[in-house]
Design a protein around this ligand. Structure first.
Ligand SMILES: *[C@@H]1O[C@H](CO)[C@@H](O)[C@H](O)[C@H]1NC(C)=O
Ligand SMILES: *[C@@H]1O[C@H](CO)[C@@H](O)[C@H](O)[C@H]1NC(C)=O
Ligand SMILES: *[C@@H]1O[C@H](CO)[C@@H](O)[C@H](O)[C@H]1NC(C)=O
Length: 312
């Protein structure tokens, strides 16, 4: 057999001990390789990764910038019936029971001693935003003839809640609690007011119907209001609930709508004062908001809110 000179592409490394092999791998003084690569090779690979990640980061931020171009921080993309929250606003009440029982809607206290403190402190905190405008917020007084100018928001005067004021402990100490109602904000939602000759809905409480009728007779602009009514749910509750007063009025004035997420917007509030509720019994209360385009659905929590009250 003729001897053949084979071109050698690969020379097996010289047999070394384990430790010796490792040390050579760390630093090979013959080839000047560190961890298996020469300095130039390391420089190249580091340079490659530097460029690679720089490009990746740039691409990420470019995509993010494109994405931000398509959204507006103030205006939601999906509005009204196309949005998840829909176009039928819900009603909320404050103060709410402690967090540990989220399902609870029971306002329960003992009017002796300082037992009602939780509820009044809750309301103090809730109304904090209404007290002082944050720097840069522009609140203007509004009325039914003059809404806010572009970019301004209507003031909700804290003094307008009458007997439901901080100073009078929202009447909790007198077994006559105030509960604040608030319509959930829906961007660009406009109420359809009961301001024409159409008959009022049959299920609207009589006192509210009379109130609206007399405003219509006076040709008052106040008809442009989202009205509010609170009632006992069952016959026994109707009996126990006693007289009710609403501050500053019986509803949310129309000039607060539509909500356009202007800086510092305040949701209008209605303070409902239960003047003489029966004590020692649980009272089921349902409050409803009234406009032609508000449907009432208790299960879906649309247009109405339910809570219970018990004063020991
Ligand atoms: C309504 O508000 C505007 C601006 O604040 C004011 O000029 C006007 O007199 C007010 N109208 C009524 C009837 O209060
Ligand atoms: C506030 O409460 C007092 C005492 O019950 C009552 O005399 C007064 O009329 C109430 N104020 C309003 C605005 O209802
Ligand atoms: C009645 O309400 C509608 C909105 O529901 C409003 O556009 C209209 O201006 C109101 N009419 C009067 C006379 O205020």
């Amino acid at each position: 057999m003729a001897e053949k000179t084979v071109e050698q592409y690969y020379a097996p490394p010289p047999k070394l001990g384990k430790w010796e092999g490792f040390r050579t791998f760390l630093w090979n003084s013959e080839t000047h390789q560190f961890l298996g690569r020469t300095g130039a090779s390391w420089a190249k690979i580091l340079f490659f990764y530097l460029l690679f990640y720089a490009a990746l980061t740039g691409y990420f931020f470019a995509m993010l910038a494109v994405f931000y171009q398509t959204i507006d921080m103030r205006v939601p993309k999906w509005q009204l019936s196309r949005s998840l929250i829909g176009d039928n606003p819900g009603l909320g009440f404050r103060p709410m029971p402690p967090d540990e029982n989220v399902e609870s809607t029971l306002i329960w206290y003992h009017d002796s001693n300082e037992n009602y403190k939780y509820w009044t402190e809750y309301l103090d905190k809730f109304l904090e935003a209404y007290r002082q405008p944050a720097p840069g917020e522009k609140r203007v007084p509004c009325n039914y003839t003059t809404g806010p100018e572009e970019g301004r928001v209507c003031d909700v005067p804290i003094q307008s809640f009458g007997n439901c004021s901080t100073e009078s402990h929202y009447q909790y100490h007198r077994s006559a609690p105030c509960v604040f109602l608030k319509l959930n904000k829906i961007f660009n939602w406009n109420p359809a007011f009961y301001n024409d000759s159409d008959p009022l809905p049959d299920n609207m409480p009589d006192d509210l119907q009379n109130h609206i009728m007399s405003l219509k007779q006076q040709n008052s602009k106040e008809v442009n209001t989202v009205w509010v009514s609170c009632e006992g749910e069952n016959p026994a509750d109707v009996e126990n609930i006693g007289p009710i007063q609403y501050f500053p009025g019986r509803g949310f004035p129309g000039y607060f709508f539509p909500f356009q997420n202007n800086k510092g917007y305040l949701s209008p509030l209605v303070a409902v004062w239960f003047e003489h509720p029966a004590t020692g019994v649980l009272i089921n209360i349902e409050c409803k908001a009234w406009a032609k385009n508000i449907m009432h659905d208790r299960l879906e929590r649309r247009g109405s809110v339910h809570f219970e009250m018990m004063i020991d």
